[in-house]
Write a protein that binds this ligand. Structure first.
Ligand code: NAD
Ligand code: GLY
Length: 365
């Protein structure tokens, strides 16, 4: 059965766009067709996703009314370690070789790595062309495909090179999660839990009650969790597209997490795993500051554990290593580390007003 279960809009004036959530949406080619304006498309994916889902997308594109559509594909190597400028260059090479012009549409078919790189290529190619997100991991469905942050890693810092560039639409086919390894599903749950912790205590409680069914991909539950997450993200992005204020809350757990990812080598810790550990660390520091209770920290740890996520960073990672990487975070201003911490469970703030000794105690656990 193919059906749209939810549609919502990221409200950005003339750049507003829809997010479609449902099962079997890869088979609904008209969704794609509505958002392709030129006569050229390039589907960018990777070696893992291509055998699973590329043909369905191509068949859909071929079935569209505009039969003179030029359809190209590019299959990249899989992995966070390939999320760098050289790989984006391969996208430019292919676009130029196939003579794509300014009216082309890039289609990102894959997880956050493919989405971030394809979006960045779209932001830069001929100073900006259209792109569509078809996210296929839970993490990309609830977070990275929405909001227009695109970019790549640098050896010295995660996501340090990038651009804001909003897609034309986001098509979330929950059916694709059936082939996702369970470790990747857990990584995606970290970003889902994040929305509960930063702004929605009721959603956090709902997740506590439904985590077993979510890990079993119970259709109504997974669709509801994706919808609720996208709704939160869409509201925040609409209010603060360029991260001048509240959008920074979406980085809860990320300053610790990015330090872990950079230290361990991109791809060794999954992004969501690092964020999960980072959220536990941010909760621990919030407790040391007296803002949340030990029993609330325990609830957070219980949910992370039930989601299959780590509760702490790599055992051998030293305080100095954390601090060195945290200094390269995008939220650092004038050399001061700013963190997202919990004033209450379900209410996060951005602050540099914390005791460094307490931060070091958290990092040393
Ligand atoms: P990913 O893109 O590496 O995908 C994880 C793995 O799952 C890959 O091996 C991929 O090939 C595979 N895969 C994808 N879909 C599959 C499917 N349906 N079935 C089987 N295998 C599948 O990782 P991710 O967790 O999706 O994304 C992480 C990236 O997203 C990081 O680089 C992170 O920095 C970025 N990110 C960006 C934003 C943003 O706002 N732009 C937000 C959060 C995270
Ligand atoms: N994932 C953080 C953001 O989109 O702002």
């Amino acid at each position: 059965m193919t059906s749209i279960q939810h549609t919502l809009t990221v409200e950005l004036g003339t750049r507003s766009y829809p997010i479609y959530i449902g099962s079997g949406l890869l088979q609904q080619a008209q969704l794609l067709g509505q958002h392709i304006t030129g006569k050229q498309v390039m589907v960018v994916t990777n070696t893992t996703i291509a055998p699973l889902y590329l043909q369905a997308v191509i068949d859909g594109l071929k079935s569209l009314q505009a039969s003179d559509l030029q359809i190209d594909t590019l299959v990249l190597e899989d992995g966070e370690q390939h999320k760098h400028l050289d790989t984006v260059s391969l996208i430019f090479d292919h676009l130029l070789e196939q003579r794509h012009n300014r009216t082309t549409t890039l289609i990102a078919l894959g997880g956050g790595v493919i989405g971030d790189m394809t979006g960045y290529a779209a932001a830069a190619y001929q100073r900006g062309v259209n792109f569509i997100q078809i996210p296929t991991t839970l993490l990309s469905q609830v977070d990275s495909s929405v909001g227009g942050k695109t970019g790549v890693n640098h050896p010295l810092g995660k996501n340090m090179i990038g651009a804001f560039h909003q897609p034309q639409c986001v098509i979330i086919d929950t059916h694709t999660l059936k082939t996702l390894p369970s470790r990747e599903l857990s990584a995606g749950l970290a970003e889902v839990i994040k929305y509960g912790l930063i702004a929605q205590p009721d959603f956090f409680s709902w997740l506590e009650q439904n985590i077993v069914g979510l890990r079993e991909l119970e259709p109504q539950l997974i669709s509801q969790a994706i919808y609720q997450s996208c709704l939160s993200k869409a509201r925040i992005v609409a209010a603060d597209e360029r991260e001048q204020g509240q959008r920074a809350l979406l980085n809860f757990g990320h300053t610790f997490g990015h330090a872990i990812e950079t230290q361990m080598g991109y791809g060794n810790w999954l992004h969501g795993e690092a964020v999960g550990a980072g959220m536990a660390m941010a909760a621990d520091l919030s407790c040391r500051l007296g803002w949340i209770t030990k029993s609330q920290v325990q609830r957070i740890q219980n949910l992370l554990e039930a989601s299959g996520l780590p509760l702490w960073g790599p055992p051998k990672m030293q305080v100095e290593a954390y601090l060195a990487h945290m200094q390269v975070d995008k939220k650092v201003t004038d050399g001061t580390i700013r963190l997202i911490l919990l004033q209450q469970l379900g209410h996060a703030i951005v602050t540099s007003d914390f005791d460094n000794q307490l931060l070091q105690q958290t990092l040393a656990v």
